[in-house]
Structures are given as structure tokens and as C-alpha cells.
Design a protein. Structure first.
Ligand SMILES: [Zn+2]
Length: 126
């Protein structure tokens, strides 16, 4: 189920905020674990307290089939959250890189592969 399109101005501005927050999420501080169900992942997000230096984490379950997340933000607003947008972006990137690797196996010309890689990487940059 795709993430719903925003229909109102507040929904649109929330989508922008969530997309920006998802882009700021550090891949070193966000771990995705399989839950045993296809397209359903447990997301663990680490945070270091800037005063105490204490490192804590929160875990949520993101379902890419139903487009849902168990975080309080999603429960409150529905539609989308930064975890859902982040996980979806990671999956799209992984699928694109898989497709590139497959193409590289099929193509003899390494130069063409590098050119494709460069183009697709710039398209994926977010
Ligand atoms: Zn969430």
C-alpha cells in the first residue's frame, strides 16, 4: 500500500518535515532488523544525549506492505512518519543497487557499468 498523498496544507507540510527528518537520520544510528515477515522490519534508532553522553535507543516496527509504523508520531497522525519514509528510501536504494549489480553481471563493458552507477547514484542522492 503506497504512502497516502497529502490532501491538506498541514498534511503537506508534515510530509516535508518527515521527509527532511528521514534524510537527516544517520545510517550508523538506525538499524533495521527482519521480523520474519516480508517487508516488515524492526527499526532501532539510537540517540546520544548531548549533556550526559548516555546512549539510548527506541524500537518500532515498520510495515512496508501496509505503510504503517508503531511509533507515537504515526499513531497520532497516521499516513506517514520519518521511520516509514527512511525505511522505504533504504529499500528503494537497495533495490536500485541490486538492479545495478545484476546489470553489471550481464554487461561485459565495465565502462558502461560505471557510467550507469554514477548516474543512478546521483538520482538516488537524497
Ligand atoms: Zn514511525
Amino acid at each position: 500500500m503506497p504512502i497516502p498523498e497529502p490532501r491538506t496544507a498541514p498534511e503537506a507540510s508534515r510530509l516535508i518535515r518527515c521527509t527532511e527528518a528521514a534524510a537527516r537520520m544517520d545510517p550508523l544510528d538506525v538499524w533495521l532488523y527482519p521480523t520474519g515477515q516480508a517487508m516488515r522490519l524492526e527499526l532501532e534508532s539510537f540517540k546520544t544525549d548531548e549533556y550526559t553522553g548516555e546512549r539510548t535507543s527506541r524500537r518500532y516496527v515498520v510495515d512496508l506492505v501496509k505503510s504503517t509504523c508503531t511509533c507515537p508520531d504515526f499513531r497520532k497522525h497516521g499516513m506517514f512518519c520519518k521511520h516509514l519514509l527512511y525505511t522505504e528510501a533504504v529499500f528503494k536504494r537497495a533495490a536500485a543497487l541490486d538492479a545495478l549489480a545484476k546489470r553489471a553481471e550481464e554487461e561485459e563493458d565495465g565502462r558502461l557499468f560505471m557510467q550507469n552507477l554514477h548516474t543512478e547514484r546521483s538520482l538516488l542522492a537524497c
